[in-house]
Design a protein around this ligand. Structure first.
Ligand code: HEM
Length: 181
């Protein structure tokens, strides 16, 4: 919501996309998204790209869940004694200029190919990767889509009139990042 309050033009384009797919008399449903498989001719390219770009920029889960190694191991030349606390730095991946062009900017086009279809590079990993990746990924992706599309179908998200809008890159950080009040 905070990103949409900041980027009103993008919000307007998303609303146009929603109105072009779903009649205003009803809500957006799970069935509407079924056609939006990444490889198919999605009707939801901008919605899907913006949701991914918000996940990249907002870093909701900057370090995932702590893990530990039961045995001593060596990774890329670094010896790791057994029972270390090991955390992945997703925040660094999301802001790596070697992986993303202009990583500090909000650029939904990072997730669109030249034909305007949704494209997901392998270094996009908000749900982590491998065996311990989020068990809720499929559910969460669906919920993000439904929440986002349905709110924007019905509402305009605007900055408050009497208060400054907190900036999108100033977080309260903990296990999860959230915007300042
Ligand atoms: C936007 C929403 C979500 C994000 C960004 C997210 C992200 C993550 C991340 C980064 C991890 C850590 C993976 C690792 O340590 O390598 C994780 C673990 C996990 N998530 Fe999520 N998650 C989300 C929603 C959900 C939902 C909706 C559920 C369940 C209904 C869920 C269930 C789990 C579980 C069970 C684990 C532990 C997996 C394991 O250790 O095997 N997550 N999540």
């Amino acid at each position: 919501m905070l990103y949409m309050a900041h980027y009103r033009q993008i919000q307007n384009k998303i609303q146009q996309e929603i109105d072009g797919v779903v009649d205003a008399s009803r809500s957006v449903t799970v069935d509407d998204r079924r056609t939006s498989d990444l490889s198919s001719d999605s009707n939801w390219s901008l919605n899907e790209a913006v949701c991914r770009e918000i996940q990249r920029c907002a870093n909701a889960s900057p370090f995932g869940i702590s893990h530990s190694n039961p045995q001593e191991t060596t990774l890329m030349g670094y010896r790791t004694p057994k029972r270390c606390v090991i955390m992945a730095n997703y925040l660094a991946v999301n802001r790596d200029p070697k992986l993303w062009k202009d990583p500090m900017a909000f650029r939904p086009e990072l997730f669109l190919d030249q034909k305007g279809k949704v494209f997901e590079p392998p270094h996009f990993m908000p749900f982590s990767i491998g065996k311990r990746a989020s068990a809720g990924e499929v559910l969460a992706r669906m919920e993000i889509f439904l929440f986002f599309a349905n709110v924007l179908q019905r509402f305009d998200v605007c900055p408050p009139q009497d208060l400054p809008l907190s900036w999108v890159d100033s977080y309260e950080t903990g296990i999860a990042c959230r915007p300042k009040h």
